[in-house]
Design a protein around this ligand. Structure first.
Ligand code: AFP
Length: 316
């Protein structure tokens, strides 16, 4: 007898991908699953809350939105419940927080990157880096064992790497992250550019030259003001460059090594891209302060190297 019922659509969940394709150690797989559950709650909170200022400020002196605070708390709860985290450090908190004494991993995260864009209904994201062991100070982003980000846009997507390719998952209607694209690559040549901290153009003539070179060569500008969304554009299109270069207001650029640049550099390099601070790999930078800032030029190899050369010609 034949049946009218459609067979279930073949699908690969985040958990089964971590287990079967990426061959991830069990504890790390459980931790990434727990973090992905936190992201589902944040995704729901973004869709249902009204946003607005909470009245507090974070360790960098920025105003905190209600959703920043809420997202931080959601991360905290899930990391705590996992029992796999000895300590964590959040962009929203000054100090490291100790959790389970004998647990294996430290987690660093920006719970809601681009939160100032919430009111405008732009895409925003969460960024996570995972290290083995307790210390972060004195380490380098190259020591991360995994990194991921979640982008809350028209669709919620999660991108992760455990050093074994970069893979993208889509949050479906029943709340499961399902494989969307596997082994994402970044080509050497960029057609798109995403230029951050453009206030530096007025006092950093080399950055001004780089920017005008992009204009002259008619690359396509794609910039939203949320690093997760802007770097994701590079993964989505398979090419592009994102920059956040220093000027007098932010001499080292605006972005944080630990919470933003480190994890996204781990992902970009795993996709065949390059990420430099103008001189060296972001992955090779020693972490001396949890909230230290760094310049970053990330994306397609040829363009990143060209820009860093142009910026260096500046200062020499
Ligand atoms: P918020 O989290 O305060 O919105 O800041 C976002 C961000 O840290 C990063 O996601 C952007 O790339 C960067 O700031 C935007 O910098 P510009 O002000 O230079 O555009």
């Amino acid at each position: 007898m034949t049946s009218n019922h459609c067979p279930p659509t073949p699908r690969v969940s985040l958990n089964s991908h971590l287990f079967q394709s990426a061959n991830t150690p069990d504890e790390l797989r459980h931790l990434i699953n727990d973090i992905s559950r936190a992201a589902k709650y944040i995704s729901y909170a973004i869709q249902t809350s009204e946003g607005g200022l909470a009245g507090g400020s974070n360790s960098s002196g920025d105003d905190q939105l209600e959703l920043d605070v809420l997202s931080n708390t959601i991360f905290e709860q899930h990391l705590n419940e996992s029992n796999l985290v000895c300590c964590y450090s959040s962009e929203e908190q000054k100090e490291m927080v100790e959790l389970s004494d004998d647990a294996k991993y430290s987690v660093v995260f920006d719970p809601l990157d681009g939160s100032s864009l919430v009111d405008a209904n732009f895409a925003i994201g969460s960024i996570v880096g995972i290290y083995e062991g307790r210390e972060i100070i004195g380490r380098k982003p190259s020591e991360q064992v995994a990194a991921l980000y979640v982008l809350y846009g028209p669709r919620t997507i999660l991108i992760y790497s455990t050093g074994n390719g970069v893979h993208e998952f889509l949050l479906n209607d029943v709340g499961e992250f399902i494989l969307f694209r596997e082994n994402i690559g970044i080509a050497d040549k960029a057609k798109n550019y995403s230029a951050g901290n453009l206030r530096a153009l007025s006092d950093n003539p080399k950055y001004d030259e780089v920017f005008h070179d992009w204009l002259k060569r008619e690359l396509t500008l794609r910039y939203s003001g949320c690093m997760v969304a802007d770097v994701h554009h590079i993964f989505a299109k398979g090419q592009g460059i994102f920059s956040n270069v220093g000027g007098s207001k932010y001499p080292d650029g605006k972005l944080r090594l630990v919470y933003e640049c480190g994890p996204l550099s781990f992902l970009a390099e795993n996709a065949g891209g390059v990420s430099l601070d103008g001189n060296i790999r972001i992955m090779d930078k020693e972490i001396t302060d949890l909230h230290q800032r760094t310049q970053i030029i990330i994306g397609s190899k040829n363009e990143v190297e060209k820009v860093c050369k142009q910026l260096k010609e500046t200062s020499e």
